[in-house]
Design a protein around this ligand. Structure first.
Ligand code: NIG
Ligand code: FE
Length: 407
């Protein structure tokens, strides 16, 4: 007996990035197909058909119907940059920052990332699994049906590997951020990398899909980042970089030279960096919630799109620099702060984010053959995704063809 199909019917609108290509660049980023009075038919975990209600054929067999009246359907959102594997919080630091302390000062004083390292090491594998599950539930409630998450708050063998396993087992895409900060038990970054590459990389490479490095003053320099990334590439991992967040320290040229999947942040990227990314295949992942949360300049996303760079948007969800799991909020920031259209924002956190995770053939669009991941919006127009600032916009989520329970 085959499982019943799922029909979402009478949708006010269905909106999906146009075409089949990935990544989308330049004017193609803003091309969204919109169908009015639409349906989506799901069979198993895949989309069987989408169309207008008046063209809906008679359906044989058992069909479960979902009422889409007053709703718009968009593809399930893809968050390609999160740090969801953490324990504890940084609410105290948040209050200090509100009083004028800077993120970099707190980091230099042994707070910041290292405070979360202490809490995450203390949580143990079960505590960490519970935390990742909780965070996954938060993301789903905001329409994220696929999430990437990084380790990077363990920085010892056991906690890094438990972080990666917890992410994988919660259905996330694991990235080994083995070079996030230098933990206090090592004298310097090189001594830490000697350990991480010899003792953690071999097993991390079996669990993670990509490796990431924080290339920044006070974290890892360009020489160390190159050493880390080359070793990770040789172990079969795709490469990503945190770059140009506070200083332009060579992340963009290194990402281009090594053929990285992405370079993320880019708040201080200069015109030269924009031009270089415009001529290459490294996706620029822009994180406006992080810039907002730290009161930093916004990345030059408009210039990146206009230069032809593949651009994706993500939350950067983490306890220190971006305590938000909401991609709809990120879309609002994209429209109001980055000067991207709602259509560009949608493509940047669906198709292009799926491309960063090497899943654009199956995720990020509402079209036959794609995985049946849908977000139903409380909206007469799909652009409420960006328009309803921090609003109650997600009415429901369908995950791999099944209505998800939102906790
Ligand atoms: O992407 N910049 C480095 N890493 C994270 C922040 C991590 C933290 O503050 O805990 C980021 O912003
Ligand atoms: Fe990050």
């Amino acid at each position: 007996m085959t499982a019943p199909r799922l029909l979402v019917r009478d949708l006010a609108q269905l909106a999906t990035p146009a075409g089949r290509d990935a990544p989308l660049r330049g004017s193609a980023l803003g091309q969204v197909d919109v169908l009015e009075d639409a349906y989506v038919l799901c069979a198993g975990d895949a989309i069987e058909a989408v169309g207008r209600m008046r063209e809906l054929p008679a359906l044989d067999g058992e069909v479960v119907e979902v009422d889409g009246r007053g709703r718009c359907a968009i593809p399930g959102l893809v968050d390609c940059h999160t740090h969801a594997a953490f324990a504890g919080d940084r609410v105290e630091e948040f209050s200090l920052r509100a009083g004028g302390a800077s993120y970099e000062e707190l980091h230099a004083a042994g707070g910041g990332i290292l405070a979360t390292v202490r809490a995450t090491r203390a949580a143990g594998e079960d505590g960490l699994r519970a935390a990742v599950e909780r965070h996954r539930g938060w993301m789903l409630r905001h329409g994220t049906t696929t999430f990437e998450a990084k380790s990077g708050y363990g920085l010892d063998r056991e906690t890094e590997l438990s972080s990666l396993r917890a992410i994988r087992d919660a259905g996330g895409v694991p990235t080994w951020l083995g070079a996030h900060a230098v933990p206090p038990e090592f004298a310097d970054a090189d001594a830490y990398l000697d350990f991480a590459l010899a003792e953690v990389l071999p097993e991390a490479a079996r669990i993670a899909e990509a490796a990431d490095v924080f290339l920044e003053r006070g974290a890892f320099g360009a020489i160390q980042a190159r050493r880390y990334l080359e070793a990770c590439r040789d172990a079969g991992l795709a490469l990503r970089l945190h770059g140009d967040q506070f200083t332009e320290a060579g992340a963009v040229p290194l990402a281009l030279e090594l053929g990285a999947r992405s370079v993320d942040h880019l708040e201080v990227t200069s015109a030269d960096g924009v031009r270089a990314l415009g001529g290459g295949d490294v996706t620029a992942v822009v994180l406006p919630a992080s810039a907002l949360f730290l009161d930093r300049p916004m990345a030059p996303a408009r210039a990146l799109v206009d230069a032809g760079a593949p651009v994706a948007l993500a939350t950067d969800f983490n306890p220190g620099s971006a305590f938000t799991e909401s991609l709809p909020l990120v879309c609002s920031l994209a429209a109001t702060q980055l000067h991207l259209s709602p259509a560009e924002a949608l493509a940047a956190c669906t198709v292009n984010a799926a491309h960063v995770l090497d899943r654009a053939g199956r995720l990020g669009r509402l079209a036959p053959g794609y995985r049946a991941d849908l977000v139903l919006l409380y909206a007469p127009d799909w652009r409420y995704l960006a328009y309803h600032l921090a609003g109650d916009v997600v009415a429901g989520v369908i995950l791999a063809g099944e209505l998800a329970e939102l906790r």
